[in-house]
Design a binder for this molecule. Structure first.
Ligand SMILES: [Zn+2]
Length: 169
């Protein structure tokens, strides 16, 4: 996680991206890293003193998109509301809602994965696409603990579904 601001749009939804080719590898020796803005896609290099990123941190654990059905609530500057999740992955989700969300809006999400535990909070997600009755969002920023909670939950779903299909072939 980084607090850098995008040099084009000025927002701080910036993620470090993996280096490409030898020049980046050399720059890395001087703590210069490539970054990408998750909102506008702007790529830039920046100096980051005394931070060494390990290769493991660059790895993004990918999961299948899972069909789910549990409630989600969201709130942003102009809009708030609730919906029902349709698909979830570790990168984002889509949900059915009657609220009028627009592409580019940033919302805070609460994923109500279970009535027994607190909802998983995503501090910032950007609306990537809007269709009739449903929207797709990409997760931009959340606490590592929340990320781990969702990861655990998704793993449980995957294992549960594997067990179900072996019980009922
Ligand atoms: Zn930007």
């Amino acid at each position: 996680m980084t607090n850098k601001k995008c040099s084009r749009c000025g927002r701080d939804f910036v993620r470090r991206v993996s280096r490409a080719g030898l020049p980046e590898a050399l720059l890395r020796l001087f703590y210069v890293y490539p970054f990408k803005c998750q909102l506008c896609g702007h790529r830039f290099r920046s100096f980051q003193q005394s931070v060494y990123y390990s290769g493991a941190e660059e790895d993004r654990r990918e999961y299948d998109r899972l069909e789910v059905k549990f409630p989600v609530t969201f709130s942003g500057e102009k809009v708030s509301g609730e919906g029902m999740l349709i698909i979830i992955s570790m990168d984002g989700c889509s949900f059915a809602t009657s609220a009028e969300l627009e592409v580019g809006m940033i919302v805070k999400l609460q994923l109500h994965i279970s009535g027994a535990v607190a909802p998983v909070t995503v501090d910032a997600a950007v609306v990537r696409n809007v269709q009739i009755g449903s929207v797709g969002v990409e997760f931009l920023r959340w606490q590592e603990t929340e990320r781990e909670r969702l990861q655990h939950f998704i793993r449980g779903l995957l294992i549960g579904r594997g067990a179900e299909s072996s019980l009922h072939p």
